[in-house]
Design a protein. Sequence first.
Length: 695
Amino acid sequence: MANPQTLEIPISGMDCAECTMHVQHAIEKLPGVQSVHVFLGTEKAVVKLDLAQVDMSTIRAAVQGAGYDVPASDSPKVDPVSMGDFNRRLTILLVSVFAIILSVVIFGEGLGLFDFLNELIPFPLGVLFVMAGGYPVFMNVIRATLKRQIISHTLMTIGVIAALVVGQWVTAALVVVFMRVGDYVENFTTESARRAVKELTSLAPQTARVERDGTEVEVLVTEVKVGATIIVRPGEKIAVDGEVISGQATIDQSAITGESMPIEAASGTHVYAATIAKLGSLRIRAERIGTDTTFGRVVKMVEEAEAHRANVQQIADKFSAWYLPVVAVIAGLTFLLTRNPLSTAAVLLVACSCSFALATPVAMLASVGASAKRGLLIKGGKYLELLARADVLLVDKTGTLTIGQPQITDVISLNGLSRSDLLGLAASAERYSEHPLAEAVRVLAREENAALIEPEKFEAIPGHGVQTIINAQTIRIGNRRMIPSAASLPIATDLEAQGKTLLFMERNQELVGVFAASDTLRPEVPNALAEIRSLGIRHIELLTGDNERTASALAEKLGVSYRANLLPEHKINVVREYQAKGHMVVMIGDGVNDAPALAQANVGVAMGAAGTDVAIEAAHIALMREDWSLVPEVLKIAKRTMRIVKTNLAFTTIYNLVGLSLAAVGILPPVLAAAAQSLPDIGIMGNSARLLKQK
């Protein structure tokens, strides 16, 4: 395919997983379409295609032919409702549905109103009422039938026909009414799950104040260019990711990190889009715009989290695909055994809810969306399910258990070099290294005004150290693997016994110095680990590239096991080792040198991922702030979500079994069967809505 492009196409009218499959099949049959992913939660299709072979009008026609629509891109966006408004709407919906059912029971069945109307109004006129009220539904059924598809409305339409065959046009009309009510309930149910995602999306600023030729101009965010200077006034949202050029402000970063405590920003501070300048003003150099910002990537991943479906959801989807044909068979058997068309119609009507297909995705969407607003980026329901079953936790040390900002505590010269010369040489060699220990060396060199020299050649050796050429001398600085001869140094043994991490330096293959560094354990780690154990994680293990003594000192303090002297590839092997034994493994790291291990784990969790591309991409769950209390929190969310999913599935299974049984034996009349089919959706919606209020 020549020059394939990816388009995001809004889709309206989808209420359940069955709808997404219809849209996907309609689009993927078009010439020039390479792949299609349809997302119920965000009402869109992501299509990879060749625009030379297919255009938007063709795609729109295909979607409309499947019974759905492609709204115009400039359609007004509906603001998400508040939790209070949502609860009021849910209450009104519940009261309305029960009032309708009660009216049917008392006035229709009990007082004989339906029989009276059936005799009063001529049958042909009644049929017209039925056809007019159910026209949109009947057209969808006809389209699906022509495509050899069975949808939930297919069975209800057969139920309507059965009622008309026996002359009960009032029953048929009421079935149509409840069909429309059921559609509204299902739409409201999916909208309740989408609400958290839409609230997150609504946090993105739409305009920015740009400095041009000494004047301020307000433009759409889409018109801002990288490198532009953005002006932010008190109370305004920052529109881009960038670096503060001048000014000072108190920044509310809760949209990114979920942390309510603001930070202070000044010249040189990196700030994020969708955060708010509470106090003060800033001039910012734009570095990332729109979907490339940290907030933009978070929103996109939350929107597309639906693609990573939990295993329980896949099972439910497969069951849903067989459910309607099975119900049709049960209805056929009911008719053969009872010869009662109304009982047959009742069987068809009571089982027409999309509740099986909604039970899992509604809860998952609500949980993922609500978590994102609290600084927990979960890439799909699949990872919530796996996390709820996890029993092994592997933890990287530097930047994860510790704050990742080690300080040099000892500088030891071994061949007569002065402290200043040794420190300057080491900082020059580490000039381009990204390792935290390298930064610690550079910080101390700056503090002591050590002279730096530009290296002529620089090579970073992962898991070992760096090798450079400075003033025609080969300088190597790194750990014991880099410089094995350092193993015999008595001073090294003493420093490692104190839990310190060592760097050794060679000049022209001569050992010239030792640097000892210590890092600070995050204060919330011990309590977080205790809570994690109480949540069912049976084994916690520290993985580090540090030596045995340093690792042992930290592991003993935390009461965990450990493995030392590990290279990045060794960490992957540890993950695989536990997986081979049947364990569900969670790996927590900073997403930099442990990215492969995060990807290999059943659930990879990146700590403090805000602004870190590698961490957000590599992990399955990204904690957007460096706070270990988020780890037990996300475990609780996973377990609570899975409890609600299982409750939803159990409730809808029992409800449908009871309803089918009562309908088949003639206890449940068609009108009440039609009314009852929307109740599982309301139950699922109310149960799943609890996830929007995670504590």
